[in-house]
Design a protein around this ligand. Structure first.
Ligand code: UD1
Length: 429
């Protein structure tokens, strides 16, 4: 299994290109199941999760081809996928595939909407809290699906097709909103989704669905209205830039010091995180090419932050912010409100010499002057990258084990960081 070796203490200077968003690419690929015509997606990141979803969709009979590079394409540009679900040959998503990636459970929505049946294994994914699917099931039931659980599978049927209805989520859920949105596009009549997730990835998926002939309004706000249509058609769509990747590299620069241009990053997608960095004393400048992040000499001020649904501070940047605050001049408080049990990085950060105490959902981070490199291991995607961030600033060598979590969500991480002066290498055993 690959590992990453980091020798800390190098400032980051240069340019980091930001890839297409994993959390938009995955539901967009799944949306390809809604039509028998070809959906073309540009700027799809090359990630293990994308490859895994290709396998899962392939199992349903979806043909996916990745287009090679064309003259003038830059090395960092994402791939173009042609997704063709002309014939859905199997409406079952088996345990062996779904258990590896939680988002693959979402195929239940297009399968049910188009084929009127689906049998999908209950999901696996990152070990962060229980992450149930009750609200996804509730949304599909509201649209008239008959749902039962059989031997670890969710069996969903809608023999006469889905029917538009009101869906009012008791809590904000990105997965629930994606599922409701995809299912409602082909339901008869109007669906109104209340307390919908406002995440930019939801709006990106809705924009793509509208290009495919869906009639969706209000995506990106808490109320989404979908007028069902009989069928969807092919379209071409570019995946929006990854705000979590951008925020992660912004934290890395804040941690090491230096001056980096995040090429293609869009500030409106991560304003809350940029505001927190500004409070911490990091220089942020938005320009035509993206976002420039710099810290030269100044110490880091501690912050108090709670994670929240968009436009609040994203839970997917919580671990990275915690790594940063380990070096702040004073005590910070970070409260996690989205997922229980999303503090597994705390004990690993302690291996660098971090001083963090936990009280329920709140972590208090007492800044220390120096971190020392250590062997570490992470159990989820964002936690893994927080260890990389700490390693970049720690004295001596850090070895990050179990790198496959990083490969799920960060494209060519070690290349992007070493191009800016980090000493970071992948070791393949
Ligand atoms: C998505 C993102 C993930 C991000 C999260 C929150 C993808 C592929 N993943 O995950 O990176 O951290 O949004 O921004 O886009 N919940 C229920 N019942 C349900 C569904 C969810 O109780 O049926 C709860 C969850 O346990 C969690 C909260 O709702 O506490 C939010 O979950 P949700 O927004 O659905 O997260 P994901 O879509 O899984």
């Amino acid at each position: 299994m690959d590992r990453i070796r980091i020798t800390g203490g190098h400032k980051l200077n240069g340019t980091i290109p930001i890839s297409g968003a994993k959390n938009a690419a995955l539901p967009l690929m799944i949306a390809g199941l809604l039509t028998e015509e070809t959906l073309i997606l540009d700027n799809v990141p090359r990630l293990a999760d994308v490859a895994q979803l290709q396998r899962i969709l392939g199992n349903h009979g979806v043909d996916i081809t990745a287009q090679g590079k064309r003259v003038g394409d830059r090395a960092y540009q994402g791939q173009t996928l042609h997704i063709s679900a002309a014939d859905v040959i199997d409406t079952t998503a088996p345990y062996e595939l779904v258990s590896r990636m939680r988002a693959s459970f979402w195929v239940i929505a297009p399968l049910l909407a188009r084929m009127h049946e689906a049998r999908v294994s209950l999901p696996g994914g990152c070990a962060i809290g229980t992450r149930p699917v009750d609200l996804l099931i509730m949304a599909l039931e509201q649209l008239g699906a008959d749902i039962s659980i059989d031997a670890g599978y969710v069996v969903a049927k809608a023999p006469g097709g889905l029917k538009g209805n009101a869906i009012d989520f008791p809590k904000v859920t990105v997965s629930g909103t994606h599922v409701a949105l995809m299912a409602a596009t082909l339901a008869r009549g109007t669906t109104v989704i209340d307390n919908a997730a406002c995440e930019p990835e939801v709006a990106d998926v809705a924009a793509c669905l509208n290009k495919m002939g869906a009639r969706i309004s209000g995506a990106g706000t808490p109320r989404i209205v979908v007028e069902g249509v009989d069928q969807l058609h092919g379209a071409r769509h570019t995946v929006l830039p990854d705000r979590i990747e951008a925020g992660t590299y912004a934290m890395a620069v804040a941690m090491t010091g230096g001056d980096v241009q995040l090429l293609g990053a869009r500030s409106e997608l991560l304003q809350s995180a940029l505001d927190v960095l500004t409070q911490a004393g990091v220089e942020i400048a938005v320009n035509g090419d993206g976002i420039r992040v710099a810290r030269n000499g100044a110490g880091l001020r501690p912050v108090t932050v709670s994670t929240a649904p968009f436009p609040g501070f994203p839970t997917d940047l919580q671990a990275q912010l915690m790594a940063l605050m380990v070096n702040a001049e004073g005590s910070s408080r970070i409260t996690e409100t989205i997922f229980e049990n999303r503090f597994m990085h705390v004990q690993e950060l302690a291996r660098f010499g971090a001083r963090i105490s936990l009280d329920g959902e709140t972590a208090t981070i007492h800044g220390v002057d120096r971190l020392r490199g250590a062997p570490v291991m992470a159990t989820d995607l964002r936690a893994s990258v927080s260890l990389v961030i700490a390693g970049l600033a720690a004295e001596g060598e850090t070895m990050v084990n179990r790198v496959y979590h990083l490969d799920r969500g960060f494209e060519r991480l070690e290349e992007k960081l070493s191009a800016c002066g980090a000493s970071i290498q992948r070791i393949s055993d």
